[in-house]
Design a protein around this ligand. Structure first.
Ligand code: DX5
Ligand code: ZN
Length: 239
């Protein structure tokens, strides 16, 4: 089942309560809160206070996406969060970070910038709840999806399946009705979207369209795979 996370970055900050309510009613599965420090990325977004406020406004899980240099400094602030996402590019000792996140009762997610190779996370893959593949450079909403990221998702999915891991794949960056099917076909399990949800006048229809586009791609892919394996069987049988 594909899950959808609503990224608060494109919400109307003057009406957070209503924005969250609308997204909940539209059926999103969780909220994604982008935190930036002006160093790791050239932007500053929400801080600890807003993340905690959002957590109080919803019963749904909240994921904090840390786009910051000093990850260690912030983890302890987030013990009420469900998922804490850190960037592999920002940490020297990922096992230490993962253990710290687990010790406060949250689930660790490791994020990769578009140009960061998958080798960087080979040894921590089994330790994290999920890998978040950035499909744009981090820092801003409303940027263009980087098409070659589908190859990265496919490659990661293969590693996960081959090893029998339970690690999920999140995608974040210009995920919408056009790009979600590409990401899902490549193997993404969870879609994070800002503009495609909060950037729309009708949030309910936006989430519905996004979910339908993703599910259609998933089913089509499933059908194709089955047809292919049936074809194989036939060939083997005939041969
Ligand atoms: C980008 C953030 C994303 C952003 C996505 O740095 O990590 O979560 O909110 O925005 P859209 O969906 O508009 O690309
Ligand atoms: Zn994000």
């Amino acid at each position: 089942m594909i899950k959808i996370g609503a990224s608060i970055l494109s919400a109307d900050f003057g009406h957070l309560k209503e924005e969250i309510r609308k997204a909940e009613e539209a059926g999103v599965d969780f909220f994604h809160v982008d935190m930036m420090d002006g160093h790791f990325v050239p932007n500053i977004s929400m801080g600890i206070g807003i993340a905690k406020h959002i957590k109080k406004l919803t019963e749904l899980p909240v994921e904090v996406h840390l786009m910051v240099e000093n990850v260690d400094l912030f983890i302890n602030e987030f013990e009420d969060m469900d998922y804490i996402t850190f960037h592999i590019e920002a940490v020297k000792f990922p096992f230490r970070v993962i253990n710290k996140i687990k010790s406060i009762g949250a689930k660790p997610i490791v994020a990769l910038n578009p140009a960061t190779p998958l080798d960087r996370i080979e040894y921590i893959l089994v330790e994290v709840h999920a890998v978040l593949i950035m499909t744009v450079e981090p820092g801003f909403s409303g940027q263009k999806f980087i098409p070659i990221m589908t190859k990265k998702i496919e490659k990661l999915k293969n590693v996960i399946v081959e090893n029998g891991y339970d690690t999920k794949i999140f995608v974040d960056g210009w995920i919408n009705v056009e790009t979600a099917p590409l990401a899902v076909k490549a193997g993404a399990d969870v879609l994070v979207a800002a503009s495609a949800i909060f950037g729309k006048d009708d949030v309910k229809t936006a989430v519905k369209n996004l979910r339908e586009a993703a599910l259609k791609a998933l089913n089509k892919d499933f059908l194709n795979k089955n047809l292919d394996s049936n074809k194989d069987k036939q060939v083997k049988h005939n041969g």
